[in-house]
Design a protein around this ligand. Structure first.
Ligand code: FAD
Ligand code: NAI
Length: 494
């Protein structure tokens, strides 16, 4: 048994855990980071980074296909090699994961490889954590942060066999190098739409089945309308309002059975059924929280449908001294939210111990940017129009198309637009949605503006360098008051 008593032990080395470990060390804490698989978690190994590395390949392919000739690249035959793109993706992951490990070591954090489990103790005397690896080790820590993340949701009727009926983990496996001739995707949420774009670009005939009446239903309808134009152009077949009831591996392919999503649950048996066939199927219908076998019940930590319950401001569980962050809490399942929550939990944990140069923090989720790497890509932050309406806010909207921007024209990036929402009477910015080149990067400036209560006038009066895509922000802000220079035909008001 180790004699060391850590200030903080973090279970899970994904974005929440590895970030929290470094942050705590920066404040001078002695940190143990426990990981059962690979540092970087879902995001680096099976999520954000591998999908964006593959997305980068598709972006290049699409630009060459759509614009190569007009850019003066002629007679350039293109043979797509998905295996090569996967190898590049694997290399990107390897380098980033290695980078995280060297950062942890540079901060002198102790990494324990194995499955961590709470094994008693309290905030006064410290918590015991058993780590089941090749051998079982036990360590003690004054504070614990649980950051065990999530994994693909598995529904028994979907018979996920990891051979033909796959999860995102299977498709992002370093050895998965197949481009299915026909790919069926269940769930047109963020994961489904990102993979549809990747595989349709590499040549799969993609069919998507979605329960709701729209793909990525959390985004502005105008944005999704624009996205669907490109999905059509890529030959992606989307069937909405489809309740997928079962999926089977037929030996040579897959078959999904659906009924209309309007059919009430107790009438499904007698309802008309539809079938869809393909060679492979990706199931992307959401994520399950990784909270089993962590000793939570024994410690009396509240869990609801797998999500560890926390005070949303402090991120402390109902057991004093134990915090939880990231996907496992069932909040907003994004890597940058896990990073942010790590900062809050670390500050509160160390502040409660005393003696560290940090004050307590309260989490604030009012400005969380979202980015979706479809083609074109999407970025959004703050209110959507219907949300603002529901809250009774009188909204003014500005909208600026990429086609009217000099830099976008130079780049042949004319698809899409940026829309900014502001309070009509004050001009205070409350939200923005964008589809088009660099949408996620454009949203970052607006996130800062919302966070600091800026108005459309503040953005419009800020000099943006020319020619840049960032001028979209200035023009869309000016358009809120009818003053965009490169847009005609709108009355101005102030
Ligand atoms: P995780 O990243 O899941 O990490 C948890 C870690 O804990 C894992 O390494 C796991 O092995 C470890 N662990 C679990 N149990 C134990 C235990 N008992 N002991 C020790 N270790 C344990 N988000 C974005 O913001 N942008 C994107 O572009 C994006 N793309 C995505 C694409 C896909 C395909 C997927 C699936 C997700 C994507 N996400 C994206 C979401 C993002 O990956 C997650 O929100 C983020 O990884 C959550 O971080 P986390 O630290 O909470 O958990
Ligand atoms: P999701 O919740 O975004 O989408 C799941 C979709 O499946 C929904 O549209 C839902 O209506 C549909 N669905 C559920 N059951 C169904 C059924 N029986 N039949 C038909 N459709 C059904 O979940 P997803 O795509 O799995 O992503 C999980 C999380 O990962 C998201 O919360 C997201 O935050 C994160 N993520 C973020 C990315 C980014 O930031 N770019 C990229 C990928 C994932």
């Amino acid at each position: 048994m180790s004699e060391k008593i850590y200030d903080v032990a973090i279970i899970g080395g994904g974005p929440g855990g590895y970030h929290g470990a470094i942050r705590a060390a920066q404040y001078g804490a002695k940190v143990a980071l426990i990981e059962k698989n690979k540092l970087g978690g879902t995001c680096l190994n099976r999520g954000c980074i591998p999908t964006k590395a593959l997305y980068a390949s598709t972006e290049l392919i699409q630009r060459m296909r759509e614009h190569g000739r007009e850019f003066g690249i002629e007679n350039c035959p293109m043979t797509l090699n998905f295996a090569r793109a996967v190898e590049r993706k694997n290399k990107v992951i390897e380098e980033l994961v290695g980078g995280i490990e060297s950062l942890e070591k540079a901060w002198k954090n102790d990494i324990y490889w194995g499955r961590g489990k709470l094994a008693g103790g309290d905030a006064e005397n410290g918590f015991n954590i058993a780590i089941e690896g090749e051998t079982t080790t036990e360590i003690k820590a004054k504070r614990v942060i649980i950051a065990t993340g999530s994994s693909p949701a598995l529904i028994p009727a979907f018979n996920i066999d990891h051979e033909r009926i796959l999860t995102s983990d299977d498709i992002l496996d370093p050895n998965f190098k197949i481009v299915p001739e026909r790919l069926l995707i269940i769930g047109a949420g963020v994961i489904g739409c990102e993979f549809a774009n990747i595989f349709a670009t590499f040549g799969s005939k993609v069919t998507m089945l979605e329960y709701l009446s729209s793909p990525i239903a959390t985004e502005e309808p105008m944005i999704i309308k624009e996205l669907r134009k490109k999905m059509d152009a890529l030959g992606i077949e989307l069937h909405v309002s489809q309740n997928v009831l079962s999926i089977e591996n037929t030996g040579s392919g897959v078959k999904a059975t659906t009924c209309s999503a309007d059919v009430p649950r107790d009438q499904i048996d007698s309802a008309e059924k539809f079938t869809y066939e393909a060679d492979y199927c990706l199931v992307s219908i959401g994520r399950a929280k990784e909270s089993s076998n962590l000793g939570l019940e024994e410690m009396g930590i509240e869990v609801d449908r797998g999500a560890i319950q926390v005070d949303r401001e402090t991120l402390e569980t109902n057991v004093k001294g134990i915090y939880a962050i990231g996907d496992v809490t069932g909040g907003i399942m994004l890597a940058h939210v896990a990073y942010y929550e790590a900062d809050v939990a670390v500050a509160n944990a160390l502040n409660s111990l005393g003696g560290f140069p940090v004050t307590s923090k309260k989490a604030d989720y009012s400005v969380v940017p979202a980015t979706i790497f479809t083609s074109p890509n999407i970025g959004s932050v703050g209110f959507r129009r219907d949300q603002a309406k529901r809250q009774g806010i009188d909204v003014a909207m500005g909208r600026f198309p990429f086609a009217s921007l000099g830099k976008a024209k130079c780049m042949s990036e004319e698809e899409g637009f940026l829309m900014i929402l502001a309070e009509k009477n004050t001009g205070k910015i409350i939200g923005a949605s964008c589809i088009g080149a660099e949408a996620p990067e454009l949203i970052a400036e607006i996130a800062l503006a919302i966070k600091h209560g800026l108005t459309v006038h503040d953005l419009g009066e800020t000099i943006h360098s020319h020619p840049t895509i960032s001028e979209m922000v200035m023009e869309a802000a000016e358009d809120v008051v009818g003053m965009a220079i490169h847009r005609k035909g709108r009355p101005s008001f102030h």
